[in-house]
Design a protein around this ligand. Structure first.
Ligand SMILES: C[S@@+](CC[C@H](N)C(=O)[O-])C[C@H]1O[C@@H](n2cnc3c(N)ncnc32)[C@H](O)[C@@H]1O
Length: 215
């Protein structure tokens, strides 16, 4: 199993975000494997860059780049009054969340800015405008069915054969109203398409491989 160097793991642990270390290690291992295809590694859901650090380091090792997409206004469960809200990432001037400055600091501190293309925008819009193939798709964006399906429908068609589709927050049993089960339904949908086979499951992180075209 590919593991990140201690300084990368330390940066991951220090970064704001929600991903536990065990899942981060599985994400890193998958990103390193997919990097061998020599295609960009794509993430939906940058937030403050915690998972992006791992993709950036894997991309650096493979001589490719990590692309991370987020509107930086936060998901439903991160808005004021909700459990995952962090008031330190609100822009006081516009009164909305803005995780972009924190993300940029995270990446800068880790020395990984040169290995990431950050796209600020809505995932389905960016996916429609995206022209090329990617070797890795990591879905960690909005957790409603609309958003999770939009991420899958937008990005899975860009995933090359042999590439890896990684889905976060896959909970076969309901955990709470915030995380929901939309990622689980997207995971089932990907398997039911016949275009993906499961490679590994680590807590709520699922890694699937594209074995033929289709979504
Ligand atoms: C769970 S957080 C991502 C966590 C991050 N991967 C980490 O490891 O810390 C989800 C992110 O998805 C973003 N998001 C939600 N829906 C989106 C959409 N339709 N397009 C782009 N970004 C979206 C939110 O702004 C939020 O930053």
């Amino acid at each position: 199993m590919a593991t990140p160097k201690p300084e990368i793991l330390a940066a991951f642990e220090a970064a704001k975000g929600f991903m536990p270390v065990r899942e981060g290690l599985a994400l890193y291992d998958a990103a390193v494997e997919a990097g061998a295809l020599g295609l960009p590694l794509l993430e939906v859901g940058t937030y403050c860059g915690r998972s992006t650090l791992l993709l950036a380091d894997a991309a650096r090792a493979a001589g490719t780049v990590a692309i991370t997409v987020d509107h930086h206004r936060g998901s439903e469960e991160q808005q004021p009054g909700w459990e995952y809200h962090d008031p330190t990432v609100v822009d006081p001037e516009v009164g909305l969340m803005d995780t972009l400055p924190t993300f940029r600091r995270t990446l800068h501190k880790a020395g990984l800015e040169d290995h990431v293309i950050a796209v600020v925008g809505r995932s389905p819009q960016v996916a429609r405008a995206w022209g090329g193939q990617v070797g890795f798709v990591f879905i960690d964006g909005g957790h409603t069915d609309e958003h999770a399906n939009g991420d899958y429908e937008g990005w899975a068609p860009h995933l090359a054969e042999g590439g890896l589709l990684v889905i976060h927050d896959v909970f076969p049993d309901p955990v709470d109203e915030f995380t929901g089960q939309a990622p689980y339904r997207v995971y089932l949908r990907a398997l039911a398409s016949g275009a993906f086979t499961e490679v590994s499951a680590t807590d709520s992180l699922r890694v699937l491989r594209r074995t033929r075209a289709g979504v």
